[in-house]
Design a protein around this ligand. Structure first.
Ligand SMILES: Nc1ncnc2c1ncn2[C@@H]1O[C@H](COP(=O)(O)OP(=O)(O)OP(=O)(O)O)[C@@H](O)[C@H]1O
Ligand SMILES: [Mg+2]
Length: 414
C-alpha cells in the first residue's frame, strides 16, 4: 500500500511540475558560473584596465594592477572579461599573450608559495610533485618554462588576501621580481582583493611594485543593480514569470548590503526556485522575502557548521545561557551575557561531553573569532574597582536562532 502511495505522490508532483508554466528558461544565467556578454555600469573600470593592458599587444609589459572593492562589485568578472578580449585581440598581432588566472581562496590552489608556482606551471602543462622540491628549484623550473619564447604573461591573482594571510607578503615580492630573471618573457600581475585594508598592511617594497596602477570598484547602487538583474532576468526567465517589483526588491535589499551584485542575483535565483517549488507560475514579492531569510539562514548555519568543535561548544554555552535567562528581551536573544558565565557553562558542556577543556586564554581567542565572523558581538565594560569584563551578545536573527540551537543540540547530544 505504502509503496503505491509513494509512487502516486511522486507521479503527482512530477505531473504538477510538468503542467505548470515554466519559470526558468535558462536557469544558469543566474548562477556564478555564467559570464554575461556585457557588463553594465563598469565602463570606466573596463576602459581603464583595457588601456593599461593594451601595450601587451605590441609586446611591452603592462604595469602591474591592484584592484580592490567590496564583495560582489564585479572585480573578478570584469578582469576576466577584459583579459579574454585581450587574448583574442592578440591572435592577430603576432605578439603572444597568455593569461593565467589563480584564485587563492580555492582549497589547495595557492596556500603556499610552492603550490602557487606549481599551479602556474600546470597552466603550461608542466606537472610538478605537490610537495618535495626546494622552493628555489621550483622557481628555476618556472623561469625555464616561461622564458622559452617572447611573450607577455598576465598573471591574475584573485583573492590575493587569502594568499598573503597564509604565506606572508614575501611571495609577492618574489613574484614582482621575476622579470629580472627573465630574458624573453615578461610577466605582469593583476592582484585582486575585497580586503580594503590589505594595501596598507603590505610591505612598502611589495606595495610599490604591485600597486603601479590601482583601480577601485565602488559598490553598486540600487538603480545599477536593477539594470544588472534585468539583463540576467531576460535570459533566465520566461515571459511574465516575475511579478512587478520583484527585481526592484532584490536590488534594494542587495544595495543595502554593500551593493553586492552576487547577493542580488542570489536573491532572484533563490526566490524563483522557491516559487517553482511551490508550483507557482510567477516569482512574487513574498518569494523574495522567503529567499532573503533562506540565504541568511544558510549562511549563518554554514558558518556555525564549519566552526571547530571547541568554538561550537562556546556557542552552545552562549545559546544555553540565552535560553535559560528568564528576562528575554523582545528580540529573544539580544541580551548581554558575561564572559565568566559563558566560561562556566562551557566547562559544564566539556564535562558532559568529555571534551578537552581549553584554557581561559584560548577560550577568549575563540570568542574573539566568533565575533569576527559576526555571530556574536563582544563589548568591554568597566566594573569600577573590580576591573573590566567582556560581555557577549548573540547576533543571530530570531527566525534562525532556533535552527542554530537545534543544530548545536544535535551535535552535542548525538
Ligand atoms: N556589472 C555587472 N553586470 C552583470 N553582472 C555582474 C556585474 N557585476 C557583477 N556581476 C555578477 O555578479 C557576480 C559577482 O561578481 P564578481 O564575482 O565579479 O564580484 P567580485 O567583485 O569579484 O566579488 P568578490 O570580492 O566576492 O570576489 C557575478 O556572478 C558577476 O557575473
Ligand atoms: Mg571575485
Amino acid at each position: 500500500m505504502d509503496v503505491n502511495n509513494n509512487a502516486n505522490n511522486i507521479t503527482n508532483i512530477f505531473n504538477k511540475y510538468l503542467e505548470s508554466k515554466p519559470i526558468f528558461i535558462q536557469r544558469n544565467a543566474l548562477t556564478i558560473s555564467f559570464t554575461p556578454e556585457t557588463i553594465p555600469h563598469r565602463e570606466e573600470q573596463i576602459n581603464t584596465i583595457s588601456k593599461i593592458l593594451a601595450p601587451a599587444l605590441r609586446g611591452s609589459k603592462p604595469s602591474n594592477i591592484f584592484i580592490y572593492g567590496r564583495t560582489g562589485t564585479g572585480k573578478t568578472c570584469v578582469t576576466r572579461f577584459v583579459c579574454n578580449h585581450l587574448e583574442k585581440a592578440a591572435e592577430s598581432t603576432g605578439h603572444k599573450i597568455k593569461v593565467i588566472y589563480i584564485n587563492c581562496k580555492l582549497k589547495h590552489s595557492a596556500d603556499t608559495e610552492y603550490r602557487l608556482i606549481a599551479q602556474i606551471l600546470k597552466e603550461f602543462n608542466v606537472e610538478v610533485p605537490f610537495t618535495g622540491l626546494p622552493t628555489q628549484k621550483i622557481y628555476q623550473m618556472f623561469y625555464d618554462v616561461i622564458d622559452t619564447e617572447e611573450r607577455i604573461i598576465i598573471l591574475i591573482i584573485d583573492e590575493i588576501d587569502a594568499l598573503i594571510y597564509r604565506t606572508g607578503d614575501e611571495i609577492l615580492y618574489n613574484i614582482t621580481r621575476i622579470n629580472q630573471e627573465l630574458k624573453k618573457a615578461k610577466i605582469s600581475i593583476i592582484g585582486i582583493t575585497n580586503d580594503l585594508n590589505l594595501i596598507s598592511k603590505l610591505d612598502p617594497r611589495v606595495k610599490s611594485s604591485l600597486n603601479e596602477e590601482e583601480i577601485i570598484f565602488p559598490p553598486y547602487n540600487a538603480i545599477e543593480l536593477i539594470d544588472i538583474l534585468k539583463q540576467r532576468a531576460k535570459i533566465a526567465f520566461s515571459d511574465d514569470a516575475i511579478e512587478e517589483g520583484v527585481i526592484e526588491k532584490c536590488a534594494a535589499l542587495a544595495a543595502q548590503e554593500n551593493g553586492d551584485a552576487r547577493k542580488a542575483l542570489d536573491l532572484l535565483r533563490v526566490a524563483a526556485e522557491l516559487a517553482e517549488r511551490e508550483g507557482d507560475s510567477k516569482v512574487r514579492l513574498k518569494h523574495v522575502d522567503l529567499a532573503e531569510s533562506k540565504i541568511d539562514t544558510d549562511n549563518i548555519l554554514e558558518i556555525v557548521r564549519l566552526q571547530p568543535k571547541q568554538s561550537q561548544a562556546i556557542l552552545y554555552a552562549i545559546c544555553r545561557l540565552v535560553k535559560s535567562n528568564p528576562q528575554k528581551s523582545l528580540n529573544g536573544n539580544s541580551q548581554e551575557i558575561y564572559t565568566s558565565d559563558v566560561i562556566e557553562q562551557y566547562i559544564k558542556i566539556c564535562k558532559e561531553h568529555r571534551l578537552k577543556q581549553l584554557t581561559t586564554r584560548r577560550i577568549s581567542d575563540l570568542i574573539a573569532e566568533l565575533d569576527l565572523f559576526g555571530i556574536i558581538s563582544t563589548r568591554i565594560i568597566s566594573k569600577g574597582r573590580y576591573g573590566r569584563t567582556r560581555t557577549i551578545t548573540l547576533n543571530i536573527p530570531d527566525h534562525i536562532y532556533n535552527k542554530i540551537e537545534k543544530f548545536l543540540e544535535e551535535i552535542f547530544n548525538k
